[in-house]
Design a protein around this ligand. Structure first.
Ligand code: PLP
Length: 390
């Protein structure tokens, strides 16, 4: 291997915090039993699980019984959409044009049950068009799913405004906050949504565990039967150590107020400064151009770019990602989880990027593990990779 890789792919996943690893290791030893068992070992596991649940509930100012532990955002999204649709007469589900493939898949599963799916169009910044609100929230819309922060271009959506409009019309609304929560915790009720998805590995917790947060009174049916854990909504023996790791990672996040701070301040003021400085230097390169919202309107750790040759030919993002990796920079093209499969980006299509340029997207997402010295070398490595391709 060449030089050590700098990890600029926080939106794909994040390295677990040492405190997360420590608490999980400890609980694997002390709370390994089945939390449903009535003996001492089981009670110790149940107590550890409930302690984690209380800690997580406090971060979102909800009651612990509003939290449903899942295997991550993909499962939470499916439980939110399919589980809430089960108690509604078939109607229309509206999803934004920039959702993660998990939401698109869940919405399309509803079609088999007699639902129709409508897409909420976005503007050139990737933000849903509010001039479409009355049209899309009219009958027969019963269910809406809106990504809170878009992973590929960093766009932040007007969730509170749309959730309020849904409430007034009796429409159930779910928000996929997988990319928002890593920027901080907030009182759940302030977002006004009925259901909220998050995933621990995006905020330095373990992979394979997440939450669905439910507002009081929102009806939900389980997707699977069994032992009746998680209030009957998600059967299966609870992964106590993973949940404790998720709680530990949530505790480490800052808090923010989504009403007064629609752009979250980020995990530290340093990240925003680092992002701005890096972006400025990258945009000095004639081959790179910013794609999506302006820096002050996007996730504070997020950069999305389009890459081309000096002659103006779009450069395939996936090829660039491989070459940057060989030069010691870990970043991504396309969306966080589907990177590496399809070259054409549905999100870049939705924001109106033309033909071949849709394949030239590049995403850099920063985390507190990167120092100023680390980031200093990034533009130079870009220069050598881009020069080799020009
Ligand atoms: C917005 C969004 N939703 C859902 C997911 C899926 O998350 P998980 O890997 O926890 O299932 C991701 C992962 O990239 C994401 O960014």
């Amino acid at each position: 291997m060449g030089r050590p890789e700098l990890y600029l792919d926080a939106a794909a996943t994040t390295p677990p915090l040492p405190a997360v690893i420590a608490v999980m290791q400890q609980l694997q030893q002390t709370a390994w039993a089945n939390p449903s068992s009535l003996h001492g070992a089981g009670l110790a596991a149940a107590e550890a699980l409930e302690r984690s649940r209380w800690r997580m509930a406090e971060r979102f100012a909800v009651s612990p019984d509003q939290l449903i532990v899942t295997s991550g955002a993909t499962e939470s999204v499916h439980l939110a959409l399919l589980g809430s649709a089960a108690s509604l007469p078939p109607g229309r589900v509206v999803i934004s044009a920039v959702e993660h493939p998990a939401v698109i898949a869940a919405a399309h599963q509803l079609e088999a049950l007699g639902w129709s799916v409508a897409e909420w169009p976005v503007d050139s910044q990737g933000v849903v068009r509010l001039d479409q609100l009355d049209r899309l929230l009219s009958a027969p819309t019963q269910l809406v799913s809106l990504i809170a922060a878009q992973g590929e271009v960093g766009a932040l959506q007007p969730v509170i405004e749309i959730a309020q409009a849904c409430r007034e019309r009796g429409i159930v609304i779910h928000s996929d906050a997988t990319q928002l929560v890593p920027q901080g915790c907030f009182p759940f009720a302030q977002l006004r949504v009925d259901l909220l998805t998050l995933s621990a590995h995006k905020f330095r917790g373990p992979r394979g565990v997440g939450l669905l947060i439910r507002a009081p009174g929102v009806e939900l049916s389980p997707l699977q039967g069994g032992g009746g854990q998680e209030h009957g909504l998600r059967s299966g023996t609870e992964p106590v150590a993973l949940v404790s790791g998720m709680a530990e990672a949530l505790i480490a996040l800052p808090r923010f107020d989504p009403v007064s701070q629609p752009v979250p301040p980020g995990s530290s003021t340093q990240i925003r400064r680092q992002r701005d400085q890096l972006l400025e230097r990258l945009l000095e390169l004639p081959q790179l151009q910013l794609c999506g919202p302006s820096p002050d309107q996007r996730l504070p750790n997020h950069i999305s770019l389009l890459a081309k040759t000096i002659g103006g030919q779009p450069l395939p993002g996936r090829d660039l990602v491989r070459r940057l990796a060989a030069a010691g920079l870990a970043c991504s093209s396309g969306s966080a989880c589907s990177s590496g499969r399809s070259a054409d980006s549905a999100v870049l299509t939705a924001i109106g990027i033309p033909g071949p340029e849709r394949q030239s997207g590049l995403r850099l997402t920063l985390g507190p593990w990167l120092s100023d010295q680390d980031l200093d070398v990034v533009p130079g490595r870009f220069v050598s990779v881009l020069e080799a391709l020009s």
